[in-house]
Design a protein around this ligand. Sequence first.
Ligand code: GLP
Length: 251
Amino acid sequence: MPEIIIVKDEAEAGELYARCVADLIKAKPDAVLGLATGSSPLAAYQALAKVVKEEAIDVSQVRGFALDEYLGLPLTHPESYHQTIHRTVVEPLGLDPDKVHVPGDVLDGCPIEDGAKVAGAGAAYDAAIEAAGGIDVQILGIGTDGHIGFNEPGSSLASGTRVKTLAEQTRIDNARFFDNDIDQVPMHCITQGIGTIMKARHLVLLAFGSGKAEAIAETCEGGVSAFCPASALQMHPHATIIVDEAAASRL
Ligand code: GLP
């Protein structure tokens, strides 16, 4: 079962993540970090950037693989996960941008209809993760419907990186990044699969606020089921779930 840590706030959660990753990088300078977008990991990235600076940790060899990307947005779009990961992780930490990968990088705005280009991008991404030796620490947020990455309810727990259709609820949740206009939110995405995520050696899932309480209860105490993709963490040998009181309120 995952270890569950209840913290005061996002800053405290961020410090736990930062300590864990800073120690990893000191021991393994070319550590492979699994990166996530969303608001939940932001304090963790800030805390890590602070520790890296204070302790003068060399991050020049650190590698990164992001979880997911919208399909159909050009890489230059400010809400593309390519840009988001650059803005929130690569720049503040001072990582080498050439060592940080986002699943849609090779697709760059390509529409799902371009089947020839889309086909194979997922398998190639999984192969790149394997070639890097696998992910050491994967940070995760969680959707209000229990999704991880963009693996919506019903996703195979054994899935690899692939193209998916976004759930209506996720498009509603993410409309806040697109002028509150759901029509601007892409319909499709490319996401690491649950099987891909489960291969990471350590999973750290962060969730804050009462809006996540039901998803966290299902994740930790519901049965393992594709209807709550995050419940797969129950089967992971080293998963840590860090939540505040509000997100833990249904446990
Ligand atoms: C998006 C991302 C997920 C993230 C989720 C929750 O759907 N694809 O990886 O976990 O949002 O975001 P937030 O942390 O902002 O609640």
